[in-house]
Design a binder for this molecule. Structure first.
Ligand SMILES: [Zn+2]
Length: 276
């Protein structure tokens, strides 16, 4: 049993390979809410609702009111497991002018408050902004959080900070690139109890899908992986194998512990995921 804690779409996993894979599909803007929910309901997946930091500049203020209404409506839906994908992104120049970044921070703060209000976990995006996301989390709740820092790519110290705030760290396609030395060392040295697995499909494909391609955390929510190569949650067991090889651990143990971690980070998953 595997849990893909973060993806946006792609084909439902191929169960014919004999692997059970539960997906958590994340929305990225208001227009995606209905699509993601319908996709989750149709395929037995879970979902999260939120506004991605790279979609903040093109979202009106009312998007936050719409999110609040949607969360109120969906809070009794067992397939809803978190608020996400939310966070901060300091990678794209146009999104980090002082006013644009202030707006990102404002959207994050309000979305964290909504998660707290509805007792929901969070799925966080923090590209070149881990310290700012950690500060927002600290301000947002003195009692800590449950959730996932998706596509974690910070330092060992930043990993400790996020874990201390109650998060699990998402590892996916990026660490499978042999040149991603720093990330691979982290994936090797962090406690397995702090790690969850993700594909971010159809974004961030692993090395074997597009050999030599950039592994930058684009999270562009495109409709397909680069070059039209199919990339979906079906790759999650292979990502788990890559982690097992890196850590000198067994694949079965990686699957068992990362699934347990996913259930801890996203407790509402326990309503739909049968781990037996
Ligand atoms: Zn994403």
């Amino acid at each position: 049993m595997w849990v893909d804690v973060h993806c946006h779409g792609g084909e439902p996993p191929d169960v014919a390979r004999g692997e059970r894979i539960h997906r958590v599909l994340s929305a990225w803007d208001v227009a995606s809410f209905a699509t993601v929910r319908a996709m989750a309901h149709a395929t037995g997946a879970s979902y999260t609702l939120g506004i991605h930091p790279l979609y903040v500049s093109r979202s009106p203020d009312e998007a936050l009111d719409e999110l609040e209404r949607e969360l109120e409506r969906a809070v009794n839906d067992p397939a809803l497991v978190a608020v996400g994908e939310i966070g901060l992104d300091r990678y794209v120049a146009a999104e980090i002018t002082p006013s644009a970044y202030a707006r990102q921070q404002c959207f994050l703060q309000r979305q964290l408050a909504l998660a707290r209000q509805h007792d929901l976990s969070v799925v966080l995006h923090s590209r070149r902004a881990v310290d700012d996301v950690a500060a927002a989390l600290r301000r947002g709740s003195p009692q800590g959080w449950r959730g996932v820092a998706h596509a974690f790519a910070g330092s060992a110290q930043q990993a400790r900070t996020l874990v201390g705030l109650g998060l699990k760290l998402g590892f996916g396609g990026a660490f499978t690139y042999t040149r991603a030395l720093r990330l691979r060392r982290l994936a090797q040295e962090l406690a397995l109890d702090d790690i969850v697995l993700e594909t971010d499909a159809p974004d961030m494909p692993p090395q074997w899908i597009t050999p030599g391609a950039s592994c930058g955390a684009s999270c562009s929510n495109s409709d397909g992986a680069p070059d039209g190569t199919p990339y979906s949650s079906a790759e999650l067991p292979r990502i788990g194998q890559a982690l097992a090889a890196l850590r000198g651990d067994s694949v079965a143990h990686i699957a068992q512990v990362t699934t347990r971690n996913a259930l801890w980070a996203l407790p509402r998953l326990g309503r739909t995921v049968d781990v037996r």
